[in-house]
Write a protein that binds this ligand. Structure first.
Ligand code: 4AD
Length: 466
């Protein structure tokens, strides 16, 4: 069943006069008094639909064409001609219209051609891919993920598929979903009456991973430059526009590298993917700039041309304390920065992306390298104007004694991390890396405010439909 993607027509892969068959769905139908119908057809291959001009002479004109409404699936064959209409270069002079599926009861079709609120679309997550908005989000997301893979491939990184089911809590925050195959009716109990997870499938407690980092480190300590790109899970009860319980994370890990190497990699990667989306998805970005956020394009252009500002956590605290803004959460050295603080720094104080570095050790994970001051660790967050943190990373503690001390201080069992400690025992090497929250990136690029609207089927507290 051959078909011509609409994008190929708009990219002039077919000469005027060619016979083509477009297969897609009706967005709108308009009938002229002269007995001609105009069908707007989309197939998802690009933002714009193509117009098919259908003459009343077609044998199924009255029976089929005049019954077409938004959402009907069709195959339209015809000659490619120059369009006399404004804003469109080509149209199809239809010689055949084949209907694959009508929309039953068009009056109640949930994705009718009128504009729907984003909340309404979220409630119809199985049908929202049909809207302009979600078509555009999907293509931009696809472009970004390819650009990420291309960026690392061009630099010789190996992509590592790290496990989704894991026994270790990378972030040590205890925000993990437990994986269990236990029979809930007959839970096995130990002598103290506690559930005996060792009787489960894996012979130990297992969870959905919060990050592939620890596994990625094992490969960086052999192949030098690697990255993971996969789903991660957080059982944090954060009902915000920036948090998901299931999100995708990009995590490069580089050997013989320190914090500033990781920061430079983060800046280069972001600029690379912003450039890609500006050139490859200009149609969708124009839509976001017109309908969602008028800064969508200029923000990315500014990011590409500006130097990311490096700033120490300690200096950031000083700036926040001295500024005349009142924050909901008070600021003092040692606190974790809230979104309001991050936004102030990136949007109002600097007006450019910031790489904030050297955080207090007590608010960061066990694996981060302790700085010489004994108080801070070589950690970084990339704060983007308009969204706050999109990247978190660090130089890793490569010294076994220092790592063991941190594990102990944080009440973590050394035995649970024995394989991770082996990396420090056998040919240890300075290494660093970061994690980019992929949906935060898509949200930033498109200007779509709620992270639940940049992933196909969002998972959040109380939300696991579809
Ligand atoms: O700062 P985080 O927790 O860092 C890590 O997981 C490290 N192991 C990464 C590494 O160094 N390899 O998370 C990294 C990024 C955040 O900056 C944010 O963009 C995103 O992941 N993120 C979330 N995105 C959506 N929903 C959530 N609940 C998120 N939690 C973190």
């Amino acid at each position: 069943m051959s078909k011509t993607p609409i994008v190929d027509i708009f990219n002039s892969k077919f000469a005027l006069g060619s016979q083509v068959t477009v297969k897609g769905w009706i967005r709108t139908r308009r009938d002229s008094k002269a007995g001609i119908s105009f069908l707007n057809i989309y197939d998802g291959s690009c933002f714009d639909p193509i117009q098919a001009v259908v003459p009343a002479e077609l044998e199924n004109y009255t029976s089929d064409v005049l019954n077409l409404s938004a959402g009907c699936s069709v195959a339209v064959t015809g000659e490619l001609v120059e369009s006399p209409g404004k804003g469109q270069q080509f149209e199809l002079q239809a010689t055949k219209v084949e209907v694959h599926g009508f929309v039953q009861d068009p009056d109640t079709y949930p994705m009718s051609a009128k504009r729907h609120s984003i909340e309404y679309m979220r409630e119809h997550a199985h049908l929202r891919p049909r809207t302009n908005m979600f078509g555009a989000v999907t293509r931009v997301r696809n472009c970004l993920s390819h650009a990420i893979h291309n960026f690392f491939y061009e630099r010789g990184f190996n992509w590592i598929s790290t496990p989704i089911i894991t026994g270790s809590d990378c972030e040590g925050a205890g925000e993990m979903f437990q994986v269990s195959t236990l029979d809930l009716e007959n839970l096995p109990r130990d002598e103290q009456g506690k559930i005996d997870y060792k009787k489960d499938f894996f012979g130990k407690e297992t969870f959905l991973t919060v990050s592939g980092q620890l596994n990625a480190e094992t490969y960086a300590c052999a192949l030098s430059n690697v990255y993971t790109f996969g789903p991660t899970f957080r059982a944090e009860n954060s009902n915000t526009t920036r948090h998901l319980a299931e999100f995708w994370m990009v995590e490069p890990e580089i050997a013989f590298a320190d914090l500033s190497d990781a920061a430079q990699l983060a800046e280069d990667m972001l600029k690379y993917v912003f450039n890609a989306v500006l050139t490859e998805r200009a149609d969708d970005m124009a839509f976001f700039a017109e309908r969602v956020d008028k800064e969508a394009i200029t923000r990315l252009q500014n990011m590409v041309s500006s130097e990311f500002v490096r700033m120490d956590y300690t200096d950031a605290i000083d700036i926040l304390q001295k500024c005349d803004k009142t924050f909901e959460y008070p600021v003092e050295w040692g606190v974790d920065l809230q979104s309001e603080h991050e936004r102030y720094l990136a949007e109002e104080h600097v007006g450019a992306p910031i790489i904030l570095q050297n955080y207090p050790k007590d608010i960061k994970a066990f694996y981060m390298k302790l700085n010489e001051d004994g108080k801070t660790v070589a950690a970084m967050d990339v704060l983007a104007p308009g969204i706050g943190e999109i990247i978190g990373g660090s130089q890793r503690e490569e010294d076994l004694a220092a790592l063991d001390k941190r594990l102990e201080e944080m009440g973590l069992d050394k035995e649970d991390y024995s394989w991770y400690r082996d990396l420090r025992k056998y040919g240890t090497v300075p290494h660093a890396g970061f994690g980019l929250g992929f949906e935060r990136l898509v949200s930033y690029v498109t200007g779509v405010q709620n992270i639940r609207d940049v992933i196909a089927f969002p998972r959040a507290p109380g939300t696991a439909e579809f």
